[in-house]
Design a protein around this ligand. Structure first.
Ligand code: AHR
Length: 528
């Protein structure tokens, strides 16, 4: 995090940088230079939408692979620098993201987890078997206190997923009491004995099971709706504790019937229903595609599939409208991101993968979609925070690197809590084989600091865009790009791809941008 973050480079520096980016891009892909496409961004400042819930930039941290153990938690006696057992480098990197919420302990793991295994003195904690993810054992040294304290240390809300699949409602109720009860109940006293006096007040979201249609118990939607209502009756915050959002286990991808049945049966008890959607470039789960070394067709397929989340949200939301026209129930996308074939040589079942400029584009496009659905999408947690799937950071022993996805999340921080404006992009499409996509995607919002922020994403791996905005003023910020579609950071070269300073230019009295091929820019506009 020591990189200079100056947003105020002068114009000649900007031009040199952009020329360099363009040249490197062209050399890397050996494509003949094409004139930049003319693109127009039209912003409707008169019709602000509902605020972008900060929680849409949330994180998912499952007890899976090296996500928790190694990634977040190394324990008090590790030679890896740590604060109270939490590795310092990862913690500092995550702090810079202003992580709004963390979901834990799963995922599929949640419906096998007994919270009692992860509280109390270390010596008394049983070794557990992670039957979903690699069959490995762990010592349960990262449990409820460790998770809740970590989220507090990061300034994040906690999202805890209950075990509906294999434990009775009584256990889930006890767990929530343990976290939220004041007074002198036995569970509050037990928590005190375990080192935490006051109840945690940041338990803002509770998930009632995970993927109940699959790893959470292979239930029918009717059964899941009934089960959700039963657990929601008994599992509530302790008296006097802040309320939390009850999140029902929602559909996989385009399972609209699941949403319909859950909403019809249980909408009145829900604060939200979840949606899971993974971007998998390959044709099947057996052939998901490689995280690096992919073709242009795979680039386009991935971006096209990432954008499909817009259709999913629109259609699930329309079903929800039937039962909840007042939009009291949120659609929370608590698992999303890219999922590739496991990295060669990595542990089967650990879901470790590299992360490239393509992932950065997926992250930016997906956040942009969430910003267009702020009426329903109030939380989204990318899978996953550290060392698993589309991660923010990767670790190897005592080494850590920031991924391109991390950089997008960092650049997008000003959108947390911002007020979005409708924005229309007109210009040529990016066409690759059977894929036709808008070449440039954009988000526009007024941040909580009063400044106007623009995010611009160029999907075309070969062609730059000249973007006119019709706005007055100056604009500066950062841009992320790289010489290759799969530019990425390695432990040997951890800073290969990172954002650099970027600015717009005044043109005939209005603001314009030179947006290089395959790039993501976020700028703040200084209006006159
Ligand atoms: O994120 C990995 C897994 O994907 C989660 O455990 C599960 O909910 C989903 O199928």
């Amino acid at each position: 995090m020591s990189r200079p973050q100056s947003l105020k480079a002068n114009n000649s520096t900007q031009r040199a940088l952009l020329a360099a980016l363009a040249t490197v891009a062209l050399c890397g892909s050996a494509v003949a230079q094409r004139a930049p496409a003319n693109v127009r961004l039209t912003i409707d400042l008169n019709h602000p939408g509902p605020v972008i819930a900060p929680a849409v930039e949330g994180q998912f941290a499952e007890n899976l692979g090296r996500g928790i153990y190694d990634g977040i938690w190394v324990g008090h006696h590790s030679s890896i620098p740590n604060r109270n057992g939490y590795r310092t480098d990862v913690m500092d990197a995550l702090k810079a993201l202003h992580v709004p919420v963390i979901r834990w302990p799963g995922g599929c793991f949640a419906d096998t987890y007994d919270w009692r295994d992860g509280v109390g003195p270390d010596a008394g904690r049983p070794r557990g078997i992670n039957t979903n993810w690699g069959g490995v054992t762990d010592d349960n040294s990262f449990g409820t206190n460790e998770f809740m304290d970590y989220s507090v240390a990061l300034g994040a809300d906690a999202y805890v997923s209950l075990n509906l699949g294999s434990l009775p409602a009584y256990d889930a109720r006890q767990w929530v009491q343990y976290m939220t009860a004041g007074g002198d109940s036995a569970l509050a006293q037990e928590r005190r004995t375990n080192g935490r006096d006051k109840p945690w007040t940041n338990l803002k979201y509770v998930g009632y099971g995970n993927e109940l249609w699959g790893c959470g118990g292979n239930m029918t939607a009717d059964y899941a709706a009934s089960l959700f209502k039963r657990y929601a009756t008994f599992v509530n915050p302790a008296p006097g504790a802040p309320d939390f959002v009850k999140i029902a286990s929602g559909p996989n991808e385009a399972d609209y019937a699941w949403t319909d049945t859950m909403m019809r049966g249980a909408a009145r008890q829900m604060g939200a229903i979840s949606l899971h959607y993974y971007t998998i470039p390959g044709p099947s789960w057996e052939h998901k595609g490689s995280a690096t070394g992919f073709s242009k067709d795979e680039w386009a397929t991935t971006l096209s599939k990432a954008r499909y989340i817009d259709t999913l949200i629109a259609k699930h939301s329309a079903i929800m409208d039937k039962y909840d026209p007042g939009k009291k129930v949120a659609l929370d996308v608590d698992e999303w991101g890219t999922w590739y074939d496991q990295a060669p040589g990595s542990h089967p079942g650990f879901l470790y993968q590299q992360n490239t400029l393509r992932d950065a584009e997926v992250a930016a496009l997906t956040l942009d979609v969430f910003f267009r659905h702020t009426d329903r999408v109030k939380l989204a947690t990318i899978a996953q925070m550290v060392n698993v799937l589309q991660a923010m950071v990767l670790t190897d022993g005592d080494r850590m690197l920031l991924t391109p996805t991390y950089h997008v999340f960092h650049m997008y921080v000003p959108f947390q809590g911002a007020t979005p404006y409708p924005a229309t992009v007109s210009g040529p499409d990016y066409v690759e084989g059977k894929h036709r996509l808008p070449m440039v995607d954009a988000s526009v919002a007024r941040g909580t600091d009063g400044r106007l922020y623009l995010a611009l994403v160029n999907l075309d791996p070969d062609r730059g865009a000249h973007v006119e905005t019709g706005l007055n003023g100056t604009a500066s910020g950062q841009i992320l790009s790289g010489p290759k579609m799969d530019s990425h950071n390695t432990f040997a070269a951890p800073d290969t791809i990172h954002p650099v300073a970027y600015a717009g230019q005044a043109e005939h009295g209005s603001l314009a941008f030179e947006l290089p091929a395959k790039s993501i820019a976020v700028v703040a506009v200084d209006e006159p």
